[in-house]
Design a protein. Sequence first.
Length: 683
Amino acid sequence: MHLCKLSYRCLLRGGLLLFACVLFSDVACAQVNQPVVKKEFDSLKPLHLREVLLYSSKREFKIESPMPVQVLSGKQLEKLNSLSVADAIRYFSGVQLKDYGGIGGLKTINVRSLGSAHTAVFYDGMTVGNAQNGQVDLGKYSLANIEAIELYNGQKSSIFQPARGFFASNTLYLRSRTPEFKRGKNTNIRTALKTGSFGLFNPSLLIEQKISEKTSFTTSIEWTKADGHYKYRYQKKAGYDTTAVRQNGDVAAFRSEISFNSKISETAKASLKAYFYDSERGLPGAILANNYDHIQRQWDSNFFIHGSYQKSFADQFDLLANVKYSKDFSRYIDPDYKTLEGTLDNKYYQNEFYASIVNLYKVNGWWKISLAADFSINTLDANLYRFPYPTRYSYLGALSSEMHWNRFDIQANLLGTYVQEKAKYFQRGKNQKVFCPVIAASYQPLQSKNFRLRAFYKESFRMPTFNDLYYTFIGNSSLKPEFTTQYNFGTTFLLEPKKTLQTASFQADIYYNRVKDKIIAMPSSNLFRWTMMNLGEVEIKGFDSSVNLVVKLPAEISLDLGISYTYQIAVDITPKGTTYGDQIPYVPENSGTLTSGINWKKWQLNYSFIYTGERYSQKANIPINYIQPWYTSDMAIIWDAAILKKSVKIGVEVNNLLNQYYDVVLNFPMPGRNYRLNIAINF
C-alpha cells in the first residue's frame, strides 16, 4: 500500500464517520416532511459552487477557482479554424497536442508534460476512457455538437463531481449543446457542410425537439470522408531533399448521438445519452529509409450509453448518480507482417461498466462536504493465441471539504483507490491500494473582486494500461505504476470594462511537477507499434500565461485578441541515468499561441498563430535527435446573416497560410497550405 507522505488513520476514521452522517442525512431528508427550497438547475453547470464566470474574447475565467482553468465556448470556438476538439485545444497554454498528420491521424493531448494518460476526458460529465492503451483520440470528437471545452490543471474546482474527476492530474471537459427554444418554437434544425483540401467531405445534422416543457430530445449525426493526400517535404542532413505526397492517410468516419434531458421537478433532473462512432482509416506511418508508402489499416467502433440523475433534498443535501456502459472494438491489419496464420490481423474487444454516486452535504453557509464513490469493471479480449484476457476492477473514493469565507476559499480532498487485476494467462498487473491528498486555496488580497491568488498541491497515480502490460508488440511486464506530485501558484485578474476596452483579462501560473516511474510511449515504424518504458524520475518546471482583450473601435468594429505563452523545463532526473538532466521527448521549452478576430456587422476576419519551440525526439538530447521549431498561421473570413429568415453562416478558411513544412512527431509530416469551405444553416 502506498501512503502519499501522510498518516491517514485518523482521516480514514473521520471519513467513515462522515460517510455514516451523509447516509443518515439522506434517509432523514427522505423521511421528514421538510419545506423544499426552490432551486433553478443549469444543466450545463450543475452546482458550480461559488464560481464566477468572466467572459473574454476567447476564453472564460472562473476567477474564484483554486485550480487553473481555460475555457473555449460556443462563439469563441466558431472563430477558430477547427474541425475537431483536437484542433481547438491547441490554443490552450501548457498543452502539447501530439498529431500524427492529416484528418485521420491520431491526436492526443499532453498537459504540462505529464502525458496523455494523466488527462481524463469527460463528455457531458461522464468519463471517456480507454483501459487498453490509455489514449483518447480527440480527433474523433467533432465540434459540430460541442458548446464548450474546459481544461483544468489539477481537477475541476467543484467538489460535487464523480470520484474519477478528482483522480486525474488534469481534466478535459467537453459539453454538448443544450437545447434552447424560442417562444412558440418546438424544433431546432441545424445542417452544415465542410469541404476542402484532401478530399474532405463532412456533412452534419443536428435536430433538437421539445417534447414537453420539461423534456427535450437531441440527435446529431455526422459523416467525415477524406483521401488524406497532401504534399510534404522530406529532408536529410546529408543533403537529400524531395517533395512527396502523403499516402494511406484516408479516413471514413460516422458519428451519431442521441440524448434526452428532463427536468423532473424543481429539485431534480435526469439525462440519458447514447453515442456511436465507426471509422476505417489508413495508417500513413513514419517516413523512414525512403519508405513513403504504407498499407496498414485500422478499424474502430465505439459505443456508449450513460444516464445521470441529480436531486436536491431541502437546502442541505444533494445527490448525483451516474451509470455507464461502453463497448469498443478495434482491428488492425498489417500485410507486411507475416505470421504462421498469414497476414497479421488483430482484433480487440474492450468493455467497461461504470457507476458512481456523489453526496454533497451543506453543513452551514460557509462549509460543504462531499463523498463520492466510483466502481468500474474493464475487460479486454482479442483474437490472439493465448491472449491474457485481463480484467480490472477499480474502486475509487473521494472525501472532500470546501470552505468559503468573504475573501478566502479552501478545498481539501482525500482520495483512495483500490485496483484489482486478474488475467486468464500471464498475470502481470499487481493489485494496488493508494491514498493521495489534495489541497487547494483561492484568496482575494485586495478589495477588488477581480483579482485573486490561487495555489494547489496534489498527488495522483495511474496504473499501466492493458497495452503497457500485455500487448504483444509493446507489452512490458516490468512496468511500474506512475506517481505524480503537482504544485501550482497563480493569479487571475480582470480589468473593469471601459468605453473602448470592453474586456481585459489575465492569468498566469508557475508550477512544479514531479513524476516517479514515468511511463512514456515512443512510436516506432507505424502508429500501432510502440515502445513502452519507465523513465524513472522526471522533474517539470513551468510557467503559463494568457491575456485576452476585447476592444470596441469606431464604425461598429470590434477587435478580439488572445495571447498565451508557456515556458517549460521537463528533464529526466533518474539517479545515475544516462540521460540525467536531458529534456524529455517532444517537450519544447517555449511555445505560444495568438488568436485574433475583427468583427464588422455581418463579417468576421479571424487569424491564429501557433508556435512550438525546439524539441528532441528521443531521451538523449544529442544533435541527431534534435527537432526544429515549427509554426503555423491560419486565417478565415466568415459571413453570418439571414437569408429568407433563416440564419446562414458561410466561412472560407486557409490553414497553414505560409505553407510551412513541419513535423509535430518526427517523421510524421504535417500538411502544407490547405483550404476549407464551411456552410451552416439554422431552421
